[in-house]
Write a protein that binds this ligand. Structure first.
Ligand SMILES: NS(=O)(=O)N[C@@H](Cc1ccccc1)C(=O)O
Ligand SMILES: [Ca+2]
Ligand SMILES: [Ca+2]
Ligand SMILES: [Ca+2]
Ligand SMILES: [Ca+2]
Ligand SMILES: [Zn+2]
Length: 312
């Protein structure tokens, strides 16, 4: 479990309890499912939030996934904030109701449960990043099956923090989330319009591609790039993060947003949350900051949800 001073963070059991409670309290607009199994056999939990949640309705779908990197626990709180805001707020906030009535929102609060548990189970933070596959974990954010290992944006060294794995989608976690997104292609049309992969830290809004420094390239026209930059800057305006193409940070290959846009044309961003800097401690902000640093992203989430309905 988390250290005594950081009990404000939800461990895996507490996340599951929170999702169960949400379904109990809001069963008409919230349905729980599993994305699939982690390496160690845990169910990766997912919540769908929408009116008539048990029906697949013809409404733009939006995906939020969190805690892909084990030590980035503030992101789990971000996903739970999204869950609570759009369920608890449904009855009282007309803007929330309007959004929930006209979207299907998928939330995956713990993408990498095995790694997340390994990071805290001793009661001392391990600074663990990857999943828990032998011999020393795979970085799921280099394991996605779009230009996997193409461009020097990951490592083939199993001991490296950005180890890409022996093959694309060798990690059950990335593979399960990818298969779920694949399953949202209905009648040849991908139902998910927009996505955020939540990370910490550095306070950035990042957009594809990560595998190249080029703005315009195979799979990205100038118009498409300009839309990413426009909306990325708009969102960054609201939370004070720095907006940029992800490769401006460093080149990555096999990352989540390259796959989401490259394979499915899903309008996909990576958010790097608080703090803006900080060495290894940056991954472990005090639980006192959770409320402020998750609420900080409410407006950006609303922008993306609105954008998902544009060009409907
Ligand atoms: N969260 S982080 O510290 O690992 N940084 C991310 C940054 C990142 C995320 C997505 C595409 C390119 C780069 C990473 O995967 O390296
Ligand atoms: Ca505290
Ligand atoms: Ca609906
Ligand atoms: Ca649908
Ligand atoms: Ca509806
Ligand atoms: Zn990360």
């Amino acid at each position: 479990d988390f250290p005594p001073d950081d009990q404000g963070f939800h461990n895996f059991d507490e996340v599951n309890a929170e999702l169960d409670k949400t379904v109990q309290d809001h069963g008409d607009i919230a349905v729980r499912s599993s994305v699939g199994k982690s390496h160690e056999g845990r169910d990766i939990p997912m919540l769908k939030i929408s009116d008539n949640a048990a029906q697949d309705e013809n409404e733009p779908e939006v995906l939020f996934n969190c805690n892909q990197h084990a030590r980035e626990h503030l992101t789990t709180e971000m996903c739970l904030r999204i869950v609570n805001r759009f369920t608890d707020g449904y009855a009282s906030d007309p803007a929330v109701k309007e959004m929930v009535d006209n979207r299907e929102i998928w939330v995956v609060p713990v993408t990498n449960p095995d790694g997340s548990i390994r990071d805290v189970e001793s009661g001392q933070y391990q600074s663990w990043r990857k999943n828990t596959q032998d011999p020393n974990g795979t970085d799921t954010n280099r394991n996605w099956d779009y230009k996997w290992g193409c461009c020097g944006g990951s490592s083939d060294d199993p001991n490296a923090e950005d180890y890409r794995g022996p093959s694309a989608f060798s990690t059950p976690e990335a593979s399960a989330l990818g298969k779920f997104v694949d399953s949202r292609v209905i009648g040849g049309k991908q139902q998910i319009r927009a996505h955020i992969d939540w990370h910490t830290f550095s306070e950035l809004v990042l957009w594809p591609f990560g595998h190249t420094n080029d703005q315009v390239t195979e799979g990205m026209t100038q118009q498409e790039y300009d839309r990413f930059a426009r909306v990325g800057k708009e969102m960054a305006q609201t939370n004070g993060y720095t907006p940029q193409q992800s490769s401006e940070l460093y080149v990555t290959d096999g990352d989540t947003t390259d796959w989401m846009w490259g394979k499915h044309k899903i309008f996909s961003f990576t958010f790097e949350m608080f703090p803006s800097s900080g060495g290894v401690d940056g991954f472990y902000p005090d639980d006192e900051v959770i409320e402020k640093e998750t609420a900080r992203n409410d407006a950006a989430v609303d922008i993306l949800l609105r954008e998902a309905g544009a060009g409907a």
